[in-house]
Write a protein that binds this ligand. Structure first.
Ligand code: BGC
Length: 733
């Protein structure tokens, strides 16, 4: 590779080198107001290194023709796309997929996305998004794996493996782009693109691990984030892009900016486009997305001595190396292969995988009186704005997925119910009647399916329908784009008009099951109190309705667990399980003054990290330890016996947490260190063991050294982060 790239670069003019650093948008599905012009001419001139946002053999074939046939040096373009949770076959949104706790399913979803995307000429995906998020107001919490750094790291690795398939020259492999580097999820107040200011220990301990894990799994590229970090925008942050990413972590790939994030450094207050472009190049940014800051200013900056030839060469080399690693120099059209396109997309096998993944992603939040699973007899009133709706099934960030090819909830339920079930339907309400939300929560050409009738008339019809039924299934929640980019919310309730509908349905006295669509943890305190069952289905993807029906009727017993804490109220945010103790911890009892609490609400979340029920019940025995006093590199084995005490077979995610009550700094009360997903038949019991080494005790100390300190540790195993059985050990050096 080195020799090949050096030889090629020896033939390149300065303009051609700078051209490689220029990434333009196809103009489809853009997330900014700036769109590139003169793309065809620029490709021919060698002034473009890659295009994103376009797909399909026709589009990509023609663009690649321009580059390899009509540009002087025939350098192929790289083609990127936001393939976030599937390409044509859409899987659950990432927050949903993370609730599977199943790395094989997660990897498979990325693998299938890659086969479909490569069939349409894509060789680079802007995924995985590995930003840790502890703030459910932030819309992009839907695009990540929740709040836990260890768990997020496992998902990050699985996604990279799935995309890159061990060898990026393979025709069905794409290069992953890890985003958004870094700390984008730490935005103040959960407001999109907002400031991040964070201690180094918190960064290293809680926010950076998933990026590092993706790098260690071989991710070929990184995307810089929109936010500032302690005053310095990520896109021009030398500490971040060079000292940390390359020097400390050893990253060998290339870094692309986010959509005009380089130009936006001007708005952050660091100078004009020429100044910030020079800063970015020096900081370690290699490719400029959309804004053409590199394209239009680097030559001038070189002349004026503001950047060096070596800096331009280095960035150019990294982009060319990526193309080399993808095998584009030997096969620039590698995956553009008419026939593959239609054969590999939305196949029965892909749809089956999407259905299975969706089922595994659902989280049963409540199930009073075991009302679920539903019987396949009697009358079901299916009510709610998301019940007969294809367009909202796929979730946020779907470019090539076709909502019309998705299974709606009503269709899924009708297909599965059989002839003994009578299904009645009423829309009941619109998704929202809030004019601001209406305006902002549908974009990318999507429109809310709106019923023009007055809200009360729709509610009356729904109540009349419900009165004829044995059970109400209310399909409610957020629209697909109420979460995702630029979709922060200050109120994370179910939209008011749907809450009004639910209130009217509760008054009928009929049992109510809510099938909840959401791209973030919502505040469900009212729903938890008033509804009989809540099944959280996120945005399930192409096979939405089939998966919902499978779970409602008990063909599959749900076992998903939430990966982000559900607060009781938005005022508790940020709320996360791995918090620190305060000096005045509140033990949950009484109403003592001068404790760390609120005077109007408890400290506890509504549903803690790792929470999720099953149609069966599990009993956990005490934690049994192989030893209680350990030394040095010994291994501890901790075991619990888990029994299925209910009447159905089920899956359980057994979670291991470790607490470090005495250390040189104040530590989180507990940290997830491992989990095992097990299946148990009714009456069956299994011993679940975890091996624990000193690696599981390590943390970043004040010198940012990652090490463990001797002393007491608390080994905790349980069904979620709050409900654990504990045992103490001593571990000395
Ligand atoms: C988003 C990225 C995305 C990019 C390209 C940006 O607005 O932040 O996640 O990959 O657009 O579409």
């Amino acid at each position: 590779m080195d020799a090949f790239v050096s030889k090629l670069m020896s033939k390149m003019t300065l303009d051609e080198k700078i051209g490689q650093l220029n990434l333009v948008t196809s103009g489809r599905a853009t997330t900014g107001s700036v769109v590139n012009k003169g793309v065809e001419d620029n490709i021919k001139k060698g002034a473009i290194g890659g295009i994103f946002g376009g797909y399909g053999t026709d589009f990509i074939g023609k663009a690649q023709d321009l580059a390899v046939k009509n540009s002087r040096l025939h350098i192929p373009l790289i083609f990127g796309l936001d393939v976030i949770h599937g390409h044509r076959t859409i899987f659950p949104i990432p927050l949903g997929i993370s609730a599977t706790w199943d790395m094989k399913l997660i990897e498979q979803s990325a693998r299938i996305a890659a086969t479909e995307a490569t069939g349409e000429g894509i060789n680079w995906v802007f995924s995985p998004m590995v930003d840790i998020a502890r703030d459910a107001r932030w819309g992009r919490i839907s695009e990540g794996s929740g709040e836990d750094p260890w768990y997020g790291s496992q998902v990050a690795k699985a996604m990279v493996r799935g995309y890159q398939n061990g060898d990026m020259t393979k025709s069905d492999a794409v290069m992953a782009c890890v985003k958004h580097f870094a700390l984008y999820g730490g935005a103040e107040a959960g407001r999109e693109y907002n400031t991040v200011d964070m201690s180094l220990i918190k960064m290293y301990q809680d926010y950076l691990p998933p990026y590092k894990a993706a790098l260690d799994a071989g991710a070929g590229s990184f995307m810089s984030s929109f936010n500032t970090i302690n005053g310095m925008p990520a896109t021009v942050n030398k500490w971040l892009l060079t000292d940390l990413l390359r020097k400390q972590w050893g990253f060998k790939g290339f870094v692309v900016s986010d959509y005009t994030s380089l130009n936006e450094v001007t708005a952050h207050g660091l100078g004009d486009l020429q100044t910030v472009s020079a800063l970015a190049l020096k900081a370690g940014l290699d490719m400029d997305m959309v804004g053409e800051g590199f394209l239009t200013t680097l030559k001038k900056s070189l002349k004026e001595g503001k950047v060096t030839q070596a800096e331009i060469d280095l960035a150019c080399r990294r982009v060319l190396e990526a193309k080399y690693k993808l095998g584009l120099f030997t096969n620039p059209y590698k995956s553009i292969n008419a026939g593959v396109e239609s054969k590999s997309e939305l196949t029965d096998a892909n749809r089956k995988a999407a259905r299975e993944t969706a089922e595994h992603s659902f989280v049963l939040l409540k199930n009073k009186g075991q009302i679920l699973p539903l019987k396949k007899s009697g009358t079901i009133a299916l009510i709610g704005p998301l019940a007969d709706n294809h367009s909202e099934m796929l979730g946020t960030w779907v470019i090539a997925g076709d909502p019309n090819k998705s299974v709606s909830v009503i269709d899924g339920i009708k297909n599965a119910a059989g002839s003994n079930v009578n299904i009645l339907y009423a829309r009941g309400s619109n998704i929202t009647d809030d004019s601001l939300l209406n305006e902002r929560a549908w974009f990318f050409g999507m429109k809310q399916i709106r019923d023009k009738r007055p809200a009360q008339e729709m509610i009356d019809e729904a109540v009349a329908t419900a009165q004829k039924a044995d059970v109400i299934v209310a399909v409610v929640g957020e629209s697909a784009n109420m979460s995702g980019e630029s979709a922060s919310r200050s109120d994370i309730n179910i939209p008011e008009t749907q809450r009004d509908l639910l209130k009217a349905l509760v008054k009928t006295g009929k049992p109510i099951v809510a099938v909840l669509f959401n791209g973030r943890p919502l505040t469900l305190t009212w729903e938890d109190k008033n509804l009989d069952a809540i099944l959280d289905v996120w945005a399930p993807g192409t096979e939405a309705g089939s998966a919902v029906a499978d779970v409602l009727f008990g063909n599959y017993n749900p076992g998903g667990k939430i990966t982000a804490t559900f607060p009781r109220s938005v005022g508790q945010i940020p709320i996360y399980y791995n918090h620190k103790n305060t000096g005045r911890p509140f033990d949950g009892t009484g109403s003592a003054k001068f404790r760390s609490d609120y005077i109007d609400i408890s400290n506890d979340p509504l549903y803690p990290f790792g929470y999720g029920l099953s149609y069966t019940t599990f009993h956990y025995g005490d934690v049994k330890l192989s030893k209680t006093n350990l030394k040095g590199n010994e291994t501890l084995t901790a075991t619990v016996t888990v029994s299925n005490t209910g009447k159905l077979a089920g899956e359980e995610v057994v979670q291991l947490y470790v607490g470090d009550p005495v250390a040189s700094i104040s530590r989180s009360v507990k940290e997830l260190k491992n989990f095992k997903k097990i299946s148990l038949q009714p009456g069956e019991q299994k011993d679940v063991s975890f091996n624990i080494t000193t690696n599981d005790l390590k943390f970043y100390n004040t010198a940012l050294k990652y090490d463990w300190e001797p002393g007491e540790f608390i080994i905790q195993i349980g069904t979620n982060s709050s409900d654990v059985h504990s045992a103490k050990i001593q571990w000395i050096k």
